[in-house]
Design a protein around this ligand. Structure first.
Ligand code: FDA
Length: 393
């Protein structure tokens, strides 16, 4: 039987980072992935440029049953640490917005960097093979890797969440957690477009494809100010992906399409200052033209602003500042960027990511119940949790 110190299952962001760190500490490390290439989610992330971290990383940007759990790992491995690693590999990057860092060139550079680091640290990578028959032994674990038995002292589960099953996402990590007696916080798609019922979609058909900067809020008061996109299924865009992590079935979301403006005041000002403008023309000064037309049509705002009474102006202002709408669902794991929930942090040590009840067994990355906002936070969690486990295995 082959013997190694560490087996990492999953050659994604977290698994590769963990393997590098363990290898650098002189451990013999085997990384196993059933996919034929490593780091596929890195490759497709950030539109091919990978939003690899966020300089505003703070515990508030993460959802978890225990919001304090991630603090330790996020403090020990910071965005600056990953930026320094990129610097050593001469990978150029830029900030796009809101602290979000992207590669100038291609996400492929990050995958190559991680593969190079693994090689340098003496890590063995086996792709296109299955890890099965995991058993606990007196001094570690045994498993079957591509049909051959392997023994290890530490086993790291880095198999990610359920999003994009087409790319090899499975519930594997949750099954292992359950088998070893760990709890799993209910999982659901997150950072995902929200969908509307057919009648509402028909009423909104005139604005399909329109993007607008909004402030969107959920019933639990979570709020995000970013772009929103009307789609032929419902709503998407960064603001909506963000709020999807907080929204639950049966709840409404409220959208302010002119954040920072009291639109009732705006309309009343126009009534005195630009009296002969049609209402739709006033709306179009603040909103995309098709959206302005849609709101004017829906609210029956046909005439000039001068002829509009306060009641009509209030209705239009509410449609702009407080559009409240009930999605019926989300596009699900097919398009979700991440999975909310996962291995219960109560059952893990926050410094080493090791299962309290199964010494030697670690869970890192997205499989854990720690989910970041959109904007590089999820990769930062993958790097940080992988790095921490890499110091301990
Ligand atoms: P990850 O999913 O990366 O890796 C898990 C690995 O385990 C995979 O290689 C998989 O094949 C393997 N595996 C699964 N089951 C297995 C089994 N049974 N046996 C063996 N191997 C198995 N985040 C961010 O911060 N910035 C961004 O720009 C983006 N963009 C983005 C775009 C899209 C389209 C998606 C879907 C997601 C993002 N994300 C993101 C989220 C980010 O990709 C995600 O949080 C991390 O990849 C999670 O890293 P992990 O290593 O935990 O899992």
């Amino acid at each position: 039987m082959d013997k190694v110190d560490v087996v990492v299952i999953g050659a994604g962001a977290a698994g590769m980072m963990c393997a590098i760190e363990a290898g650098k500490r002189g451990r013999t490390v085997l990384v196993v992935d059933h996919a034929h290439v490593a780091g596929e989610k890195i490759r497709i992330s950030g539109g091919g440029r990978c939003n690899f971290t966020n300089t505003r990383t703070a515990p508030e940007a993460f959802l978890s049953k225990n919001p304090r759990f991630a603090i330790s790992a996020l403090r020990r491995y910071r965005p600056q640490d990953f930026i320094a690693l990129m610097g050593r590999h001469n990978i150029a990057w830029h900030e796009k917005t809101l602290g979000q860092l992207f590669c100038d060139d291609s996400a492929r550079q990050i995958i190559d960097m991680l593969l190079n680091e693994m090689r340098r640290a003496g890590v063995t990578l086996r792709l296109g093979v299955k890890a099965e028959a995991i058993e606990k032994t007196a001094d570690g674990f045994t498993l079957s890797v591509g049909g051959a038995p392997v023994a290890c002292a530490s086993l790291v589960i880095a198999t990610g969440g359920k999003s994009i099953p087409k790319m090899g996402a499975t519930g594997f990590g949750y099954d292992i957690a359950t088998r070893f007696g760990l709890k799993v916080v209910e999982t659901r798609p997150a950072l995902v477009p929200l969908t509307f019922e057919i009648g509402l979609l028909e009423r909104l058909s005139a604005v399909t494809g329109v993007a607008v900067d909004v402030r969107v809020s959920a019933e639990n008061r979570a709020r995000f100010e970013e772009a929103m996109l009307f789609t032929h299924r419902g709503l998407s865009g960064p603001a909506v992906l963000q709020i999807s992590s907080y929204w639950r079935e049966g709840q409404a979301i409220t959208v302010d399409m002119a954040p920072g403006l009291d639109f009732f005041d705006v309309l009343r000002r126009h009534r005195t200052e630009t009296a002969r403008l049609p209402l739709q023309g006033v709306l179009a000064q603040y909103l995309p033209r098709r959206l302005a037309q849609h709101i004017a049509d829906t609210e029956g705002a046909a005439g000039n602003v001068a002829d509009a009474g306060d009641k009509l102006l209030r209705r239009i202002a509410d449609a702009v500042n407080r559009w409240t709408v009930k999605p019926v669902g989300s596009e699900g794991y097919r398009t979700a960027e991440v999975t909310l929930g996962g291995v219960d942090t109560d059952d893990l040590d926050q410094r080493t990511l090791m299962a309290k009840a199964a010494p030697g067994l670690h869970f890192i990355g997205e499989v854990v119940d720690v989910t970041g906002w959109l904007g590089g936070y999820n990769f930062q969690w993958a790097w940080a949790s992988g790095w921490c486990a890499g110091q301990a295995v």
